[in-house]
Write a new protein. Structure first.
Length: 307
């Protein structure tokens, strides 16, 4: 029932309510690329390159909830080849965009990337979802899923000795800062963030959502399954006065407001005053935003190919 980069934002809500627009995904892609851990990507690339197997056999990579393919576009040129990607999403329109954008993609050695698009839900976690994968990746997904689904996914991947690279999992900490980077927070910000965090934990289709607990839950499940786990803080940082990111900052602010309002409709007047005040600060270049995220890489012992 669920795909990442739809329903509710990892840091706010999609303007359209039920799913992210391609416009939103395009706006966040550059910021995602600036924020995510290049170190963990490099470690994943090294692990793939060291895998034994038949010479020339492609590396299988599954992207869960691929959206428009931003994860594919970031990772493909940074990972060894040849590569065979399976893009999984329940939105056929986003899948079509992902395939079109991938037409000219090449891997780190300059070879074309093979693409398969699979339109389906992320549940159940079965062979159709994970078969043939060496590396399973996802971005901005795990705040939306339940603990039981996340743990089932990690267990299924561990049984297949697949590596995992899960990026930009939100930790629910967001804040305003001034032009010097100093965190600015008042009682209204704290109240709105608490309402947003409660809203994040609503059922998004796979049971009560993890919200900001996602990075810790994933790391614990990975460790329990015998993986070597690497973790990196990868916050979004939108500087005060960074005009090219102002539309994205405004959408985040609107999303936080809307989530808080859904959680506490009786607070409409108070929430509108907060929104107007913080929106004016963003527009004037007096405020910026920080949104907490984490990347996680889980590496199994190197197995024989063909899992």
């Amino acid at each position: 029932m669920i795909a990442p980069e739809h329903d509710r934002l990892s840091a706010g809500m999609a303007p359209s309510g039920e799913r992210f627009s391609a416009d939103w995904l395009s706006r966040r892609e550059w910021l995602d690329g600036r924020s995510r851990s290049h170190c963990l990507t490099g470690l994943a690339a090294d692990w793939l390159a060291a895998r034994p197997g038949e010479h020339g056999s492609p590396y299988g990579i599954v992207d869960l909830g691929c959206g428009t393919g931003s994860n594919l576009r970031f990772l493909a040129p940074r990972l060894p080849g040849p590569q065979r990607w399976r893009l999984v999403d329940h939105d056929p329109a986003l899948l079509a965009l992902a395939r079109r954008h991938a037409a000219t993609l090449r891997d780190a050695s300059g070879a074309r990337v093979a693409i398969e698009a699979r339109c389906r839900d992320l549940s159940p976690v079965d062979d159709g979802l994970l078969e043939g994968a060496d590396l399973v990746v996802a971005s901005a997904l795990f705040d939306l899923v339940s603990r039981s689904w996340a743990e089932a996914l990690v267990a299924a991947c561990a049984a297949r000795q697949q590596a995992l690279l899960f990026t930009l999992s939100v930790d629910s900490d967001w804040a305003f800062h001034d032009a010097t980077g100093k965190r600015l927070e008042d009682v209204e910000d704290i109240a709105v963030r608490a309402l947003f965090q409660a809203h994040q934990r609503r059922d998004k289709g796979l049971g009560p959502a993890l919200g900001g607990q996602a990075p810790a839950v994933l790391a614990a499940a990975m460790t329990a399954a015998g993986y070597r786990v690497e973790r990196a803080a990868t916050p979004w940082y939108l500087a005060a006065g960074e005009r090219e990111l102002l539309p994205l900052a405004e959408q985040l602010l609107q999303g936080w407001h809307d989530a808080a309002l859904e959680q506490a409709p009786e607070e409409q007047a108070r929430l509108q005053r907060w929104h107007s005040r913080r929106l004016a600060g963003l527009a004037a270049g007096e405020l910026g935003l920080t949104v907490g995220h984490h990347d996680l890489l889980a590496l199994p012992p190197l197995p024989a190919r063909g899992v």
